[in-house]
Design a protein around this ligand. Structure first.
Ligand SMILES: Nc1nc2c(c(=O)[nH]1)N[C@H]1C(S)=C(S)[C@@H](COP(=O)(O)OP(=O)(O)OC[C@H]3O[C@@H](n4cnc5c(N)ncnc54)[C@H](O)[C@@H]3O)O[C@H]1N2
Ligand code: MOO
Length: 402
C-alpha cells in the first residue's frame, strides 16, 4: 500500500483551492476578516498641523526670557483660530487643535504664565515642539495594510482613522461538517451499549468558524449507504464550498464513506497519507466543492483538519503563509524512535532556563482526546527518526497557528 507524503498531500489540496474573491464589508463587521484589497490612506493624518499639548502656539524665533506676548485668540479642537500669529503674539491652544498660521511651536501651559491677555514663557522651544505635523501618522496614498492581512482591534482602529466605513475582504467559504458512524450519540444523551459520544464536530466547527461564512453542522449519518448518500446530497444541494466528513475512512466493512462519495460524483485526488495520526485522510472535489474525508479517530480528525484544512482555508482567503513555517525549539524531554510514517507528536511548550522548549507527550493513541487538549504544539518527527535526546532542536507548529 503506497502512502502519499505529507508535503505532496498539502500541495495537491492547495492546488485545488480557488483564487480569492472580494466583497465589501462594513467596518463594524470586519473583525477577523482578511483584506482582499490593500488599505490605502485617502487623506493625511493628522489632516493639519495639530497641537500635542494644552498651551500656547508661538513663533519659536520670537521667544526671549521674560518677554511678554499678547494672546490674540484661541484654537481648540474642532474650532481653529483663523488669524495669523505675528511678532510678539501667541494663541491659546488645546490638544488636537490646528496650529494657527505663523506659529511653529507650542509651549505647554505648565511653562507659561498668563495674565490680563498676555503671557510669558519659562522655556524657549525649538521649531516644531509639541506639534504633530500634517501627515505624521500617514500621508495620502500610503499603503496602511496589504491584501492578505487579517483585521483585528488595532488594524480596525487604523482603518477607521483612515476614514474607511468599509473594506474589501476575501469572501469566506461555506462549510458543512458531517460525522458518520452507527456507534455515535450526541453529547448529553444516555449512552447505549457499544455507543460512544460523537465529539469530532464539536472541535471542527469552531476550528473552521473564523475562516468561514458559515459552518453547517449536519450531525451524524448512520453507516448505511442510503442514509449517508441522502445526507451528502443534501449538503451539496445547499451550495457549500467545502464538505468535511469524519469516520468511515479506513478499510473496514462499514467504512463506506469513500464509496458513497464517489457514487455521488466526488472525484478523489488521494487517500491515505504517510503520517500518524491521520493516515486514512481522503481528499477530492465535486465541481468546485472541496471534499475532505477525515478519519473518525478524534485525534486523527483534529490533527488532519489542522494540518490540511486550515492551510486550504488560509489560502482560500488569500492569507500570507497558507502553510505556517515551523518553529525550531529544543526538546525538554527525549523522543522515542519513529516508524516509517511522519509522526505529528503532541507536545507542550515549557519555558526553561534557556528559554522556550517542547516537552513531548508520550501518548500516541489516536483516540486519546485529553492529551490533544493539553498539547500546545505538534512536533514534526521525521519518518524513521531514531529518537532524539533532550536538547535536540526540532520542528514544531502551534496547534492554534495553522
Ligand atoms: N485494517 C486496518 N484498520 C485500520 C487501519 C488500517 O490501515 N487498516 N487504519 C487505522 C487508522 S490509522 C485509523 S485513523 C482508523 C480510521 O478509521 P475510520 O476513519 O474508518 O474511522 P471509524 O472506524 O469510523 O472510527 C474510528 C474511531 O473513532 C471513533 N469515532 C468516529 N467518529 C467519531 C466522532 N464523530 N466523534 C468521536 N469519535 C468518533 C469511532 O467510534 C472509532 O472508535 O482506522 C484504523 N483501522
Ligand atoms: O491514522 Mo490513525 O490516526 O494512526 O490511528
Amino acid at each position: 500500500m503506497s502512502l502519499l507524503p505529507v508535503e505532496d498531500a498539502i500541495a495537491a489540496i492547495l492546488g485545488r483551492v480557488p483564487a480569492p474573491t472580494g466583497e465589501r464589508v462594513g467596518l463594524a463587521e470586519a473583525n477577523g476578516r482578511v483584506l482582499f484589497e490593500p488599505l490605502i490612506a485617502s487623506h493625511n493624518q493628522p489632516p493639519f498641523n495639530a497641537s500635542a499639548m494644552d498651551g500656547y502656539a508661538v513663533r519659536a524665533g520670537d521667544m526671549a526670557p521674560g518677554k511678554s506676548f499678547s494672546v490674540i485668540g484661541v484654537s481648540q479642537a474642532g474650532a481653529g483660530f483663523s488669524g495669523s500669529v505675528g511678532a510678539g503674539q501667541c494663541v491659546r491652544i488645546f490638544t488636537g487643535a490646528p496650529v494657527p498660521e505663523g506659529a511653529d511651536a507650542v509651549i505647554m501651559q505648565e511653562e507659561a504664565e498668563a495674565r490680563d491677555g498676555a503671557a510669558t514663557f519659562s522655556s524657549r522651544p525649538p521649531v516644531g515642539r509639541s506639534i504633530r505635523p500634517i501627515g505624521n501618522d500617514f500621508a495620502t496614498g500610503r499603503q496602511l495594510m496589504a491584501a492578505g492581512d487579517v483585521l483585528g482591534p488595532y488594524s480596525l482602529a487604523l482603518a477607521a482613522a483612515a476614514n474607511k466605513a468599509e473594506i474589501v475582504a476575501s469572501r469566506r467559504p461555506r462549510i458543512a461538517v458531517l460525522a458518520t458512524g452507527d456507534e455515535l450519540q450526541l453529547p448529553g444523551q444516555p449512552l447505549g451499549p457499544d455507543e460512544i459520544v460523537a465529539s469530532n464536530n464539536f472541535g471542527l466547527v469552531p476550528m473552521f468558524a473564523p475562516y468561514a461564512q458559515e459552518v453547517l453542522d449536519l450531525g451524524i449519518a448512520r453507516d448505511d449507504r442510503v442514509t449517508l448518500r441522502a445526507k451528502l446530497v443534501e449538503a451539496f444541494d445547499r451550495g457549500i464550498d467545502m464538505l468535511v466528513t469524519t469516520g468511515g475512512a479506513s478499510v473496514g466493512d462499514h467504512d463506506i464513506v469513500q464509496e458513497v462519495l464517489k457514487d455521488i460524483g466526488v472525484e478523489l485526488d488521494f487517500w491515505r497519507i504517510n503520517m500518524r495520526p491521520g493516515k486514512p485522510l481522503m481528499f477530492g472535489t465535486r465541481g468546485s466543492t472541496l471534499v475532505f474525508g477525515l478519519p473518525g479517530n478524534p485525534v486523527s480528525a483534529m490533527v488532519t483538519a489542522a494540518l490540511f484544512i486550515k492551510p486550504a482555508l488560509r489560502q482560500w482567503l488569500g492569507m500570507k503563509m497558507a502553510v505556517p513555517t515551523p518553529m525550531r525549539l529544543p526538546l525538554a524531554g527525549p523522543t522515542p524512535p519513529n516508524s516509517s510514517r511522519r509522526h505529528f507528536m503532541r507536545a507542550r511548550l515549557v519555558s526553561g532556563s534557556v528559554g522556550m522548549a517542547v516537552e513531548p507527550i508520550s501518548q500516541t493513541d489516536s483516540g486519546h482526546t485529553s492529551s490533544l487538549a493539553q498539547a500546545d504544539v505538534l512536533i514534526f518527527q521525521p519518518e524513521n527518526d531514531p529518537g532524539q535526546p533532550v536538547g535536540t532542536v526540532v520542528d514544531c507548529v502551534r496547534l492554534d497557528a495553522f
